[in-house]
Design a protein around this ligand. Structure first.
Ligand code: SAM
Length: 286
């Protein structure tokens, strides 16, 4: 039985007396074509172990189980666990885990590398993606449905309003692209906004050379703290790091960045150079 078929989804929800919870981001996919496209985008083969975040009643899980070696589905809503266990009883490559994706230790669930494929609950999009990228899990690729506007921020290039901390955080770790846009009509209940499936290919060789990664992200956060300010003003006495005007001026001059520019015009490479020089100046005055 195809779970994603709208009448089957409704029947499963009715049978188990389930009302969907907005607070858990429960917008279930009821369109087989979109589910197939997500699975295609993730390029799953019998060598892949996939972790799915938020299987709901298993419509995407079911599709992935047909092509992947193993699907481990982490669901927070305890009401869905018996439903999922019943649906996937006859599958030997699906494991249902009851837990919070923001806390589960993914390295305990899988030996070796894995892919993440999910229709994410939107309220955890940024924290879960940054957790996956920053905590050193052995994740190769992330293919997830997000709000379109958040996807656009992740893939944005310097110069526009979408470009910011999230763009730099994601693009520092991955090659990021929007694979396709998804209308509200393919979910129940329908969300208010459009969605996008994004593909993040993790690149372990970071795209830029940094002396200190933590310092780099403090510089990026400071620079975007008040995005209308010039880079010179936003870095001086910034909330995340205490730099003097002289240090900022000296570093901007050394790396050849006009001090009147705004953070949103600087590329990741420029931020990297700037933070490396500032790190030296900052440490020498400590
Ligand atoms: N995969 C299903 C689909 O596409 O129809 C459901 C997707 S729905 C957008 C998000 C799912 O994530 C829900 O089942 C929700 O209960 C679950 N969820 C919400 N917060 C979670 C968390 N912190 N950890 C794991 N699952 C979570």
């Amino acid at each position: 039985m195809e779970i994603a078929n709208p009448s089957n989804t409704k029947e499963i929800l009715r049978k188990h007396n389930l009302n969907l919870k907005k607070s858990l981001g429960q917008n279930f996919l009821i369109d087989n074509n979109i589910l197939d496209k997500i699975v295609e985008t993730a390029n799953l083969t019998e060598n892949d172990t996939v972790i799915e975040i938020g299987p709901g009643i298993g419509s995407l899980t079911q599709k992935m189980a047909k092509v992947a070696n193993k699907v481990i589905a982490v669901e927070l809503d305890n009401r869905l666990i018996p439903v999922l266990n019943e649906i996937f009883e006859g599958y030997n490559n699906v494991e249902i885990v009851h837990g919070d994706a923001l806390e589960v230790d993914f390295s305990q669930l899988v030996e070796g590398s894995f892919k993440i494929v999910a229709n994410l609950p939107y309220y955890i999009t940024t924290p879960i993606i940054m957790r996956l990228l920053e905590e050193g899990f052995n994740v190769e690729e992330i293919v997830v449905m997000v709000q379109k506007e958040v996807g656009e921020r992740m893939v944005a290039s310097p110069g526009g309003k979408d470009y910011g901390i999230l763009s730099i955080g994601v693009q520092y770790h991955t090659k990021a692209e929007i694979s396709f846009i998804v209308p509200p009509s393919v979910f129940i209940p329908q969300p208010k906004v459009e969605s996008a499936v994004i593909n993040l290919k993790v690149d372990k060789e970071a795209a830029v050379d940094l002396i200190d990664e933590d310092f780099f992200f403090k510089i990026v956060k400071s620079a975007f703290h008040q995005r209308r300010k010039t880079i010179r003003n936003s870095l001086t006495k910034a909330p995340y790091i205490n730099l003097s005007r002289d240090q900022v001026d000296q570093a901007l001059e050394e790396v050849g960045i006009d001090s009147r520019r705004r953070a949103e015009k600087l590329s990741i490479e420029q931020f990297a150079k700037l933070s490396n020089v500032l790190f030296g100046l900052y440490r020498s005055k400590e």
